[in-house]
Design a binder for this molecule. Structure first.
Ligand code: COA
Length: 385
């Protein structure tokens, strides 16, 4: 039985800043950010958005008939809003999903959406009529004026996992790899991540090569068997480091096609920045919209989460995939409003974070269909607009 991704959609915040503006404010050469890091714009998060609103915004773009069939909802995130209650329960309410559903949250840095996908495959294999909704939603925060600031971002990707999928049939062989490392972490008391960025870059490439080569040993496949290799993108240059670590001096037609399809993967990420758990899957959407890939061809996916865990797996692109990847995601981005660096800093500092205080947010500037209106008696309050 073929099992995999049947439908996908993406949402981000209504605001962004230009990297040129951040470079000017931080006294850096804009080319460091645009070429050295590989980002053009970054999503800016108003206090009225969190993983619940972003997740609901992505999922509501999926077809209503498919949402009615969802039997399990898994939110993959490292931006949790509660140590106990799963954020997906708020999302289930906002979307009006059936009460006869199981809802949980998964966590392992930027990797856990891939774990959710593998768990979902198991659920569907046991009960082929089930549809699993995975929402990878995150807000990447490193802090103002930090080296990691340029690799922030926010958004959510929603995916339906089912039998006979229309987008990507996931193949049986996958190679996970885990080691106890401190390259990036966020203790319970911290609103921003701690990161050893250079170390993390090395671990990422090392885990990619280890998992890819093992996959190759198990399957006997070579580069010629892939139309594209796509990567978790904390920033777009990271995917390039991964791919070049494998290709080296190979400039054959096969290698050049992989390079060109990596650029197609990077297109959307350049506009929003880091989605943490959703980044690999935003990359898949971006590849499918902008790349040179045909139904029946194989796509390799490298998922990475600091701490650290990597997984390389593959899938076969399905006929008719274009009808199942939502509205034109680039058009969705053109409606965003550009903000100044001053405004971004104000919004960054205005987020609810660890505050237990009652607060009511001004939602009049947020045109999103779902908003966080504030907090009362330690409870987050959401509204459908
Ligand atoms: N023009 C073009 N490129 C330039 C440049 C310029 N004017 N100035 C610098 N660069 C290049 C550098 O050569 C470097 O490229 P390289 O990585 O290929 O060597 C890149 O820009 C970044 O410069 P660097 O000096 O290394 O930046 P930094 O010390 O400010 O830190 C990160 C960059 C990525 C390490 C930092 O942003 C970070 O830690 N981000 C978080 C990463 C993360 O989240 N990891 C965990 C998840 S995988």
């Amino acid at each position: 039985m073929r099992i995999g991704i049947d439908e996908m959609a993406f949402a981000t915040t209504p605001f962004y800043f230009e990297m040129d503006d951040l470079a000017a404010a931080r006294g850096e050469d804009p080319n460091k950010y645009k070429i050295g890091i590989g980002q053009d714009r970054q999503a800016v998060v108003p206090p009225t958005q969190d993983i619940v609103t972003l997740g609901a915004q992505a999922a509501v773009k999926l077809s209503a008939t498919a949402l009615k069939r969802v039997s399990t909802l898994i939110v993959a995130t490292e931006s949790g809003i509660d140590h106990s209650k799963a954020s997906g329960i708020y999302i289930k309410h906002l979307l009006g999903l059936n009460d006869y559903i199981r809802v949980v949250e998964t966590k392992e840095a930027c990797y856990s959406a891939t774990a959710a996908l593998q768990f979902a495959r198991g659920i569907v294999a046991l009960n082929p009529q089930e549809v699993v909704l995975i929402i990878a939603a995150d807000i990447a925060r490193y802090g103002l004026n930090t080296p990691g600031e340029v690799t922030q971002g926010a958004g959510a990707v929603a995916m339906l996992i089912s039998a006979d999928p229309h987008v990507l049939a996931v193949e049986p062989v996958s190679v996970p790899y885990t080691q106890d490392l401190m390259d990036f972490w966020r203790p319970l008391y911290a609103e921003n991540a701690h990161v050893d960025g250079k170390y993390s870059n090395q671990v990422y490439v090392d885990f990619f090569l280890k998992t890819y080569h093992r996959y190759q040993q198990i399957t006997g496949r070579t580069l010629a068997d892939f139309a594209a290799l796509i990567f978790h993108l904390p920033y777009t240059k990271m995917g390039k480091k991964g791919l070049e670590g494998l290709l080296g001096d190979d400039h054959s037609n096969i290698a050049q096609r992989l390079r060109s399809n990596l650029q197609a993967e990077q297109t959307l990420s350049r506009q929003v920045g880091n989605l943490y758990t959703g980044s690999l899957y935003l990359g898949l959407l971006s590849l499918l919209q902008n790349g040179d890939v045909q139904p029946g061809e194989r796509i390799g996916l490298f998922s990475y989460g600091s701490g650290a865990e990597g997984e390389f797996y593959s899938g076969i692109l399905q006929p008719g995939y274009r009808d199942r990847i939502g509205e034109d995601q680039l058009t969705a981005l053109t409606g965003r409003q550009r903000v100044s660096i001053e405004e971004y800093e104000r919004l960054f500092n205005g987020q609810l974070g660890m505050s237990a205080a009652d607060i009511e947010f001004d939602v009049s500037n947020d045109p999103s269909p779902f908003v966080l209106t504030g907090q009362k008696n330690f409870k987050r309050l959401y509204r459908i607009q």
